[in-house]
Structure formats: C-alpha cells, structure tokens
Ligand binder design. Structure first.
Ligand code: NGQ
Ligand code: ZN
Length: 434
C-alpha cells in the first residue's frame, strides 16, 4: 500500500507529528495516523496539508486576465463583462482546452487539487450548437484529465438577459439553452463520464426563469448559482419581485447542503443568518470580487459553510484568496483575526470546498481522496515556523508560492514545484494565445 511519512501534517483534529498517510490503489486514504513509524513510506519533503478545492472557476477567463483593466473612469463589473463577452467571441474548443489545461497546471502548482468548473460557453461562435452538443464540456473534461486535477463539472443553464424574461444579448448567444436541451446535455455528459461528479448551475437569478430554476434544481445532488454579487442585481430583483436576491432565492427554492451560493456579497443581516442555517456553502472569490469592485462578504455575521474560488483567475493561489478574505474583513471592521489565522482559514475553506464540489476531499482522513500538498519549509518566510504558525506564514507572510509537491488521488503531479506535463501544456497555451 502506498504511504507517505510526514514529520508534520494537518489532520482534521489539528496539527500532528510523525504522521503516516496511507492510501489504496484507487487513491482513497486508508490511514492517517500520528506518532507512527516511517518504515516503508516515502518521506515528505516538508509539512503536509490537505489539497485545497477551488469551488468556482470560469477557466477560459484565465486567457483574458490582465486584458480587462482600463485606465479610464467609468469602468465597472458591467463594462468588464462586455470585454469578457468579446473574448468569448474568439473562443473555440481547442483554445478552451489549451487555456483550461494551462490554468489547471497553475492551480495544482499553487495548491488547488480539485476544481468546480462553472461552465457556460456551450455553443459555436454563431450561437448554434456544435454537431456534438457537448463539445465545449468535453474540452474542459479533457483539460482536467490532462493536468491531473480533480474535477466537478457544473454545466450552466442560461436563458435570459435579465429579470422578467429579458431577451439575451448578442454576446450571450453561446450560452443559451432551453431546459430540456440543458437536461439532455447533463444526462449525456453523465452517461459518458460516470466517474465525474456533474452538478447543475443555473447561472444567476438574472439569467434563468423561476420555472427554469426550479426545474433544473429539483432532484439534483449539487446546485451552484451566482447571486447578489452586485447591488444592481439586488435592486433589479427588488423592483421585479419585492424581494432582495438571496431573500428571493431562499423563498423560491429549497436551498440546503446541496447548494453553493457564489459571491452572496450583498446580504442584510437577516439574509446572512438565514443562508447560514440552510447548510449551503457560500462561494467566496475574494480576488475576483476585489478586481470587479463587488464589495465585502458579510463574514462577521456569517456562521455557515464557506469555501474559496478563483473565479476569473486574476490570481491563482489559495494563499492569496485566504489572505484577501481576511484582510478585507480587517479593513472593513478595523480589527484583526476576523475569520481566523492560517490554519483555521485553510481547514474551513478545504471543508467547505469539499462540500461544494460534492466529493470526498478536503481533509486527510480515511475515506477521502489522497489529495495533499507538501509545503516548502525551507522558504525564508516559512523557515523556523512550526505547526500553527506555518500556515499563518504561508498565508500572511509573503508572495512566494510555498507549495513544493502536490498529489491528487495519491499520485504526485507536481514535484519540486514542477508539474509533470507543464512544458507541453504551456506550449499549447502559447500557440492558442498567439
Ligand atoms: C460570469 N462572473 O458568468 O463569468 C460572471 C459574470 C454575470 C462573475 N460573476 C457575468 N464574477 O454575472 O452576468
Ligand atoms: Zn462566476
């Protein structure tokens, strides 16, 4: 049985010494035992922590990160979205594959071992379905396979350009499906890829009808939705329904632990408390939310499940997401330790991310995937830090990537900071961007 011996490892109960981690041939952990013997196990080159699930990704947007910053005034979420739609016009299946594979390599090297891909560019450039309707989804599946990252695929239902059935714009034509077409696509993908968790994602309460939302969410094991990222959405929702975004969703659907509400930025205290008790995960994407000028998630009132996503991929680092999450709250409330230190942040985000991806990941314990990260204890920022202060230093003390080795399902895909296929994947990415 494959085994790893770590002098220091983060287990569900906390930091432990001399941990022997064992897993079976299919990559599931069978033992995570502290104070154990090293015989017969590979020695980890540094402290070991659970791999981080990335709960929200639009992979293609990695190709435009840095291309949507303007020096002029008047730039906003909505002008950024127009730029993004122009980028989408160029995207083809080969480009999507190349960009996603490059992104997933970067994720692995940064410590993300699984990703939930919120995938909505379904059709060809003219808005007509591809001959094989699942073509773009297959590009994502192939990219994840090539990079060796864990995947939860979330095909997106997109019907309307706004509330009250507003027609979609030209820029949205590649996203649009009827409910029956959408469910057929999800069914076909599940038939072809029984080993992959495939959930559903009504894009937002702006982009689906109430009937469409209920129809696709009912009976599913995993539902993700964008919500209340911008005040304009909340105001339009109020004008249309008399309810705020999150308030409306909680009244309309039976939101529970199967759900992930992405962003949920603009909530009243009552909405924040109501969301927490549903058991749904809040999908927080601090660097994207900062980049797009969204606002601060009301973390101080939130006692529920949460995880992190890199969303538009202006940053691809769980350490930076967690740093920004905590710093945003410190700046907002003018105090420290609002969410917690490095260990508490990592544990909560890993557990919440696992919930949101619908997979047994996010902790080093029997029954879960052997997805783990070996940190570089020899970085100056981490040197001399032990246990509790290790992740404090990794999150708050520097800009250098502290990830050394990464295993997914017990297989090392990153060793000494290098991904096994990074040259080939980067070469394809360069051709695509050219
Ligand atoms: C998206 N991204 O679907 O890529 C969205 C923007 C929208 C973020 N929400 C588009 N960050 O919400 O309409
Ligand atoms: Zn998003």
């Amino acid at each position: 049985m494959p085994a790893l011996f770590a002098e220091t490892a983060l287990l569900p109960e906390g930091w432990a010494r001399d941990v022997r981690l064992e897993w079976d041939a299919s990559g599931y952990i069978t033992g995570a035992v502290p104070n154990a013997a090293p015989e017969g196990a590979e020695r980890a080159a540094g402290p070991v922590v659970p791999g981080m699930p990335n709960l929200h990704s639009h992979a293609f947007q990695r190709g435009m990160a840095g291309l949507a910053e303007t020096e002029e005034g008047g730039d906003s979420f909505w002008t950024w979205r127009r730029t993004m739609y122009r980028f989408v016009e160029r995207l083809d299946p080969e480009m999507l594959h190349a960009i996603a594979a490059q992104l997933y390599v970067e994720m692995l090297k940064a410590g993300y071992t699984a990703v939930a891909e919120f995938h909505y560019v379904h059709h060809d450039k003219d808005g007509q379905p591809y001959a094989d309707r699942e073509t773009m989804s297959e590009a994502i599946l192939a990219a994840a396979e090539e990079a060796g990252i864990g995947l939860t695929l979330l095909p997106v239902l997109y019907q309307t350009g706004g509330f009250a059935g507003a027609p979609p714009s030209e820029g949205q034509r590649r996203f649009i499906n009827r409910v029956d077409e959408f469910l057929a696509m999800v069914g076909e993908l599940r038939r072809r890829h029984p080993e992959i968790v495939i959930g559903v994602a009504p894009h937002s309460i702006r982009a689906v009808s109430p009937e469409g939302l209920k129809e696709v969410a009912t009976g599913q094991d995993l539902v993700h939705i964008h919500i209340a990222e911008q005040m304009r959405e909340v105001e339009e929702c109020l004008a249309w329904s008399g309810r705020r975004s999150v308030e409306w969703l909680l009244e309309t659907c039976e939101v529970d632990h199967r759900w992930c509400l992405v962003h949920a930025t603009h909530m009243t205290e009552a909405e924040t408390r109501a969301l927490a008790v549903t058991g749904a995960a809040a999908g927080l994407c601090p660097t994207t939310e900062a980049n797009l000028g969204d606002g601060f998630f009301p973390m101080a009132h939130y006692k529920g499940v949460w995880g992190i996503g890199s969303d538009s991929h202006v940053s691809v680092s769980p350490f930076e997401e967690l740093r920004w999450l905590e710093y945003g709250q410190r700046l907002l409330h003018r105090r420290r330790g609002v969410v917690g230190g490095g260990t508490a942040l990592w544990q909560a985000a890993a557990a919440g991310g696992a919930r949101a991806l619908g997979r047994p990941i996010g902790a080093l314990e029997p029954g879960r995937r052997a997805d783990f990260v070996v940190l570089r204890a020899d970085l100056p920022a981490l040197w001399g830090k032990r246990e509790g202060t290790l992740l404090d230093a990794a999150v708050f003390a520097g800009n250098r990537n502290p990830v050394r080795d990464v295993a997914v399902g017990g297989r090392f895909v990153v060793r000494e900071g290098r991904h096994e296929s990074e040259e080939r994947i980067f070469a394809a990415y360069k051709r695509s961007i050219a």
